[in-house]
Design a binder for this molecule. Structure first.
Ligand SMILES: *Cc1c(COP(=O)(O)O)cnc(C)c1O
Length: 395
């Protein structure tokens, strides 16, 4: 990638790992180059003398499946973790992480955490006696939010949709000082561009639904643990909470990871080009993209990431009516509430992902009716710029 000068270097052998790690053909009965999809719920146990029924790696599909296992090994290696576990959705992965806590524990989360995660903390975890404080993004605010019973800190970087950057290393030092588990949602950047475990985090969580799968046809999540202790606890929770993915979906994500590096390079270049193009546009008040030197945390972004993904937001010069007209005029960008796929999407967070967030909090976060979030896909950049230009001409 040509534009990552000043950022952390891109990870070495990333694509090779995605294509080959844990995928040696010799492990399968016919030397399959593509790991087979093991569509079985149960595995026959043998009674060999040296091989008791209890010692088998695979027994029942909830606890482990060969296709899922390959995917988990690839994700663990890419994220520089000890092990990974996959789940039926990103939120299923988040729910499982909450299983590390118990009644009476306290959680501190960044305030503009993903909407679904916010609801999980404030409407579900609270019923199990786990209270959450939402903190502003700076380390001082996190420190103030801590209580004697704080057991977990949950951050996302960059945040959605305002693209704020969390100082992962500084927050990890705070967490370590107080013996608190630090969880980082790495969905927006993927391990190709950000590796939170190397910055001091304990757990990485992913919605694989987004860039990792990247083809908008699978909902899945993953949790990566830094060490053996957390890995064992999460594996037990995976088996006992049961929020597991299907072997077919695991195959789809495994296939998608082989092009992750290529896809991220293209998303990244295209989004930066669009950000630069519209930064000075007469109908744009401001572009939010961590790769722009005008971004207040551009230096921090360079210090802790290897680049930026395909997400950016823009404040257009107008009101709700103009935003709706703009969105209706787009022909390539589809109005949709997801991100990270090969297709370009546009969203209006104030009435979509943040519809139910109280007005006062929305204003505080900067989520106004003229804020539009783009997920730049893999179409030709010039076509995307032309599509946006055309929509601006119509408002
Ligand atoms: C989509 C998303 C989630 C939730 O993942 P699902 O796969 O939809 O359950 C969590 N975090 C972030 C940052 C997301 O974008």
């Amino acid at each position: 990638m040509s534009d990552n000068i000043g950022y952390l270097p891109l990870p070495k052998s990333f694509a090779t790992t995605a294509i080959h790690n844990a995928q040696e053909p010799e492990q399968w009965s016919c030397n399959e180059v593509v790991p087979p999809i093991s569509m079985t719920t149960v595995f026959k146990l043998s009674f060999n003398e040296e091989d008791s029924p209890g010692s088998h790696k695979y027994k029942y599909g909830r606890f482990g499946n060969p296709t899922r296992n390959v995917l988990e090994e690839v994700i663990a290696k890419l994220e520089c973790g000890y092990s990974a576990s996959c789940f039926g959705s990103g939120l299923g992965a988040s729910m499982t992480i909450l299983g590390l806590l118990k009644q009476g524990d306290h959680l501190v989360s960044v305030d503009d955490v993903y909407g679904g995660t916010n609801i999980l903390f404030s409407n579900v975890a609270n019923k199990f006696g786990i209270e959450t404080t939402f903190s502003e993004i700076d380390v001082e605010s996190f420190e103030k939010a801590l209580r004697p019973n704080t057991k977990m800190i949950w951050i996302e970087s960059p945040t959605n949709p305002t693209m704020k950057i969390c100082d992962i290393e500084a927050i990890s030092k705070l967490a370590k000082k107080h013996d608190i588990i630090l969880v980082v949602d790495n969905t927006f950047l993927t391990p190709y561009l950000q590796r939170p475990l190397t910055l001091g985090a304990d757990i990485v969580i992913h919605s694989l639904t987004k860039y990792m799968n990247g083809h908008s046809d699978v909902i899945m999540g993953a949790v990566v643990a830094k060490n053996e202790k957390l890995a064992k606890e999460i594996a037990v929770l995976q088996g006992s909470m049961g929020i597991i993915p299907s072997p077919f979906d695991c195959y789809q994500v495994l296939r998608s990871l082989k092009t992750l590096a290529l896809r991220m390079n293209q998303h990244s270049q295209s989004a930066l080009k669009i950000a630069e193009h519209f930064d000075k546009h007469p109908k744009v008040l401001k572009v939010l993209h961590p790769g722009l030197p005008s971004h207040p945390q551009h230096e921090l972004a360079k210090k802790q990431t290897s680049g930026h993904s395909g997400i950016l937001s823009l404040y257009i010069d107008g009101n709700l009516e103009s935003s709706l007209k703009f969105l209706r005029s787009l022909k390539i960008f589809a109005l949709a509430g997801s991100l990270g796929g090969y297709e370009s999407l546009a969203a209006l967070p104030s009435i979509m992902s943040h519809e139910f967030v109280p007005q006062e909090q929305k204003s505080k976060l900067g989520i106004t009716d003229n804020l539009i979030r783009l997920s730049v896909g893999l179409e030709d950049t010039d076509d995307l710029i032309a599509d946006l230009e055309n929509a601006f001409n119509l408002i």
